[in-house]
Design a protein around this ligand. Structure first.
Ligand SMILES: [Zn+2]
Ligand SMILES: [Zn+2]
Length: 159
């Protein structure tokens, strides 16, 4: 016998047919048949009647009953997997979206390089890129068990 749970509630004591959960079934009114120890259950009245000759009851009746609703829900237990990384993507979204670019310096660079102006929105876009790059570098540093982000953690940019 395996320990796997049966897909039914009980088996009829007469025909051995399985009685499902939340199903009507019958028990014998005689205590020696419906007691905890014996606990005869029958899928139908005919099946109940089948046991009568052998049981030699003086006076017996079939009692209609109802099997319990499906055994405790067999949903797989939810395992709470704790995030080992403090900067999981969900938390990243909550990070303050500050500008990580020094606007004046960048504007100076573009002005010197191409004599062009730079709109303020460019700082936000660049800041987002910097964040993405830093997050990856942090992951790389953590993978090596370091507490310091090194230049080589950004080597992926060269690929
Ligand atoms: Zn039966
Ligand atoms: Zn009986």
């Amino acid at each position: 016998m395996t320990t796997s749970e049966p897909a039914f509630w009980r088996k009829c004591n007469s025909c051995k047919k399985s009685i499902g959960f939340s199903t009507r079934y019958y028990v014998c009114s005689v205590s020696t048949c419906n007691g905890q120890r014996t606990g005869y259950v029958f899928c139908s009245v005919p099946c109940f009647e089948i046991h009568l000759p052998g049981a030699r009851h003086k006076d017996a009746a079939a009692m209609e009953s109802h099997s319990p609703s499906a055994s405790p829900t067999r949903e797989p237990q939810k395992t709470i997997i704790k995030s080992s990384t403090p900067t999981s993507s969900s938390q990243r979204a909550q990070m303050p979206r500050e500008t990580l670019i020094i606007a004046s310096r960048l504007k100076e660079y573009i002005q010197a390089r191409a004599e062009m102006n730079t709109s303020a929105g460019v700082m936000d876009v660049l800041s987002d890129y910097v964040r993405v790059i830093c997050d990856r570098a942090v992951d790389n540093a953590r993978a090596e068990g370091r507490k310091t982000v090194l230049e080589r953690d950004m080597d992926f940019l060269k690929k």
